[in-house]
Ligand binder design. Structure first.
Ligand code: PEP
Ligand code: MG
Length: 538
C-alpha cells in the first residue's frame, strides 16, 4: 500500500481505479529543417490522418449525440481544405525552412487571432475550431497522444484540473479527484463539492504512470489517497463510510423543518448549483431556494454559444422545480479560470483582474441580451431573480438594467410572455462592498461572493496553492466589509445573502446571523447540516 496526503475539498470515501492524467505538452521543434520536401510530405499526410480521425468522430457524434452537433466536426474537416491555411503552411515549410509542426503551430495561432477578433459571433466562435484543428495536426506531426477519457470508475490523479477539463469527463465515472496543485476555493473544487465528489488538492502524489489502473481509495475526511489499500485500511474506510451514511440519515429528519434558532431568528438556506443536473440534489436536501445558479457552466465545454431556447429550457426547469421558491440565477461569469475557447478571449497578464463577467457582457450586448431574454421568459414559470457578477460601479448596474429592459421589450413586442425579475448584484469586489449604500438604491438585493471578495480584498489569487497560508477567510477586513454590506442593504430595505464558500463555514454561522444576513447559499450537501446547527443555536 502507498499513501499520499493533501488538503480535503469534499469529505467522503471513494473507491476506484487510479487514472493518472498527464496532459501532454506538444514538443514542437522550431529549429530550421534541411528537408522541406520531407516536411511538406509529413504535413500532407497529417492532413489525411486528421481527416480520417474527424470522419470517425463525425460518425460517432452523429450516432451518440445528433446530426446537428456532428456538423461542428464537419466544419473542422472543411478547415483542413482551407487554401489560405494550406498556402501559409506551404510557404513556411518551403521558403522559411520551417518544420511542418512549427509551421502549423504558427499558422494556427495567426488564424486564431484573426478569427478571435471578428465581430460576427459565429465567425469568432470558429477561432476555437482553428485552435482545435491546429492542435490535432501538431499532435499527429509530433506523434503525441492527446486523447483522454475515462472508461471505468476512476480516481483521477492530475497535476491540476480546469473547470473545462472536469466538465469534459464522464461524471458518472469520476469517483474522486486528487490534484497536485489546486486550491480549496478554485472552481474545480467548487464543482467537486456540488457533485459530491470526494477530492483532495495539493496532494503529494507523483504523476506516476505505473499507478495507472491500481486500486485506489480516497478519504476525503483526512485528505489521504491510498493506492492498493491493505485490509486494515480498507476495513477502516468502510467503517467511515458507514458512519457517513448514518450521519446523512440522521439529517433526514430535518427535511421540511424551518431553519430557525431557538430564539426564533430565521435565515433562508439556499443551494448553489452549476446546472439543471444539480436540481435533484437541491430537492433531496430540502433547500429553501437556489441562491446561486452559475449560468456560465451552460456556456462551457462546447464550441459555440448556447442559444436563447436552450438557456430558457434550463432556467425554466429550475424555476419549475423550485415551485415558487426563489431561484437566483447569476448572469454569465466567464473569464479568469472559467474559459471557453470560442469566446476568443485574449491572453492576459492578470486574468482575475481582467476581462471577465459583466465586463464581457457589457461589450457583447447581443450575447448578453440573449441570456436576459431567456431569463425573462423563465420568470413566467416561477420566482426568478437575476444577479450581475463582478460589479464595481453604479453605472455598470444601471447599464445592466437598461439592457434587461431592452431584452424584456424585445419579447413583449413580439407577444412572447415575460415574467418579473428581481435584479440584484453579487458583491464580490471591495469597490462594490464600499459602495453598497449607493448600489442599494439600484439593486433589489445583494449576494456576497466571498470567494472573489476574499481574493480581491486580501490580494490573494484564489487559484494559487502557495498562498493559502495567507488566505485568512476570517480576516478582520473581510468581516468589516461583510458587516457593512448587510447593514447598508437593510438600511435601504433590501435583502442580503452570502453565496461564496464561506457561507458553509459553520464557525461563521453565528456571526452571519448576528450581522443580520437573510440568506446563506451553499452546496446542496451542506444544507441539512447547517440547518441542524442553526436549530441548535440559542
Ligand atoms: C464568489 O466569488 O464568491 C462566487 C460565489 O462566485 P464564483 O466562485 O463563481 O466566482
Ligand atoms: Mg465570484
Amino acid at each position: 500500500m502507498e499513501q499520499f496526503s493533501g488538503k480535503t475539498v469534499f469529505p467522503g470515501i471513494a473507491w476506484g481505479k487510479a487514472c493518472v492524467l498527464v496532459k501532454q505538452a506538444l514538443a514542437i521543434d522550431t529549429s530550421p529543417s534541411s528537408d522541406p520536401d520531407g516536411e511538406w510530405k509529413a504535413f500532407t499526410s497529417s492532413i489525411k490522418t486528421a481527416d480520417d480521425q474527424l470522419e470517425e468522430l463525425y460518425e460517432k457524434t452523429k450516432k451518440e449525440v445528433g446530426e446537428e452537433e456532428a456538423l461542428i466536426v464537419d466544419v473542422q474537416r472543411m478547415m483542413l481544405q482551407d487554401d489560405d491555411f494550406l498556402e501559409g503552411v506551404e510557404n513556411l515549410v518551403r521558403n522559411g525552412s520551417s518544420r511542418a509542426a512549427a509551421a502549423v503551430d504558427r499558422m494556427g495561432k495567426e488564424f486564431y487571432e484573426q478569427f478571435a477578433a471578428l465581430e460576427d459571433p459565429y465567425m469568432r466562435a470558429r477561432a476555437s475550431d482553428i485552435a482545435d484543428i491546429a492542435r490535432r495536426l501538431t499532435a499527429i506531426l509530433t506523434g503525441t497522444d492527446t486523447a483522454f477519457s475515462l472508461t471505468k470508475p476512476s480516481v483521477v490523479i492530475a497535476e491540476d484540473l480546469s473547470p473545462s477539463d472536469t466538465l469534459a469527463m464522464d461524471k458518472k465515472l469520476i469517483r474522486a479527484f486528487v490534484t497536485r496543485q489546486g486550491s480549496t476555493n478554485s472552481h474545480t473544487a467548487i464543482l467537486a463539492r456540488i457533485l459530491k465528489i470526494p477530492s483532495i488538492v495539493q496532494a503529494s502524489v507523483p504523476l506516476n504512470k505505473n499507478f495507472e489502473g491500481k486500486a485506489a481509495a480516497v478519504d476525503g475526511h483526512t485528505g489521504i489517497l491510498y493506492l492498493e489499500p491493505d485490509a486494515e485500511t480498507e476495513k477502516n474506510l468502510k467503517k467511515q463510510e458507514e458512519t457517513d451514511r448514518a450521519e446523512e440519515k440522521s439529517l433526514e429528519v430535518l427535511k421540511g423543518l424551518p431553519t430557525v434558532t431557538k430564539s426564533g431568528k430565521k435565515i433562508e438556506l439556499a443551494a448553489n448549483i452549476g446546472g439543471v443536473e444539480d436540481l435533484q440534489a437541491v430537492l433531496d436536501n430540502d433547500a429553501e431556494g437556489i441562491g446561486l445558479f452559475r449560468s456560465e457552466f451552460l456556456y462551457m465545454g462546447r464550441n459555440d454559444y448556447p442559444g436563447e431556447e436552450e438557456q430558457f429550457a434550463a432556467y425554466k426547469a429550475a424555476a419549475e422545480a423550485l415551485k415558487g421558491k426563489r431561484v437566483v440565477i447569476r448572469t454569465l461569469d466567464i473569464g479568469a479560470d472559467k474559459q471557453a475557447e470560442y469566446f476568443g478571449l485574449p491572453e492576459e497578464e492578470n486574468p482575475a483582474l481582467g476581462y471577465r463577467a459583466i465586463r464581457i457582457c457589457l461589450d457583447r450586448t447581443e450575447m448578453f441580451k440573449t441570456q436576459l431574454r431567456a431569463l425573462y421568459r423563465a420568470a413566467a414559470f416561477g420566482k426568478v431573480a437575476v444577479m450581475f457578477p463582478m460589479i464595481t460601479s453604479v453605472w455598470e448596474l444601471r447599464r445592466c438594467k437598461e439592457l434587461a429592459a431592452e431584452a424584456k421589450k424585445e419579447l413583449t413586442d413580439k407577444g412572447i410572455s415575460a415574467g418579473e425579475l428581481e435584479l440584484g448584484i453579487m458583491v464580490e469586489t471591495p469597490a462594490a462592498a464600499l459602495c453598497t449604500e449607493e448600489l442599494a438604491k439600484e439593486a433589489a438585493f445583494f449576494s456576497v461572493g466571498t470567494n472573489d471578495l476574499t481574493q480581491y480584498t486580501l490580494a490573494i489569487d484564489r487559484q494559487n496553492a502557495h498562498l493559502e497560508k495567507y488566505l485568512d477567510t476570517h480576516h478582520p477586513a473581510l468581516l468589516k466589509l461583510l458587516g457593512m454590506i448587510a447593514e447598508n442593504a437593510h438600511k435601504a430595505g433590501i435583502w442580503a445573502g452570502i453565496c461564496g464558500e464561506l457561507a458553509a463555514d459553520g464557525t461563521m454561522t453565528k456571526t452571519f446571523l448576528s450581522m443580520g444576513y437573510d440568506e446563506l447559499s451553499v452546496s446542496p450537501s451542506f444544507i441539512l447540516g447547517l440547518r441542524k446547527q442553526i436549530r441548535e443555536m440559542a
